[in-house]
Design a protein around this ligand. Sequence first.
Ligand code: PNS
Length: 173
Amino acid sequence: MRVVRKAVCPGSFDPVTNGHIDIVSRASVLFDEVVVAVGLNQSKSRARLFTPQERMEMLEKACAPFPNVTVAGFDGLLTSFCQEHGIHAIVKGLRAVSDFDYELQMAQMNSSLADVETVFIPTSPENSFLASSLVKEVATFGGDVSGLVPHDVLTRLTQRLAERAAEGEERRS
Ligand code: PNS
């Protein structure tokens, strides 16, 4: 019987960037099925710009060209999600050495919790500086991020930041 090789690409994706899509597309070549899993855990320290639903919609659109890629949300531990879906590989993009310490710690913790291996894919050099948090910051101050995110994300980002700016103005007046 042929074994179906499944992998998960987990993240917050607030919002998805071209760097994420690069990793997902390369994972889709290595694995038969790839699930892009959006972490829905509430984070007090990092306020999200987009709701889980919005983040998943943007991902679904961006991943549409890859027929073996699906999008899901998950709450709780990533390893529980893997166990529920028969997934034994977690794919993570590595941008720089600075990513490695924390990613290694998570990989080792995850493999201690469940039968999962973490597979690191080096980020393409043109995306090595790319992070959702930086995209949001640059866009907030009017910088051009059009080459860094899918077109649909750019539209939603521009709109959401304008809404947030208007809310801020209203609070101040
Ligand atoms: O895009 P991010 O914010 O780097 O993604 C982090 C994410 C969602 C992959 C990570 O926080 C995660 O796996 N959260 C689920 C909770 C969990 O399993 N924690 C233990 C990690 S060892």
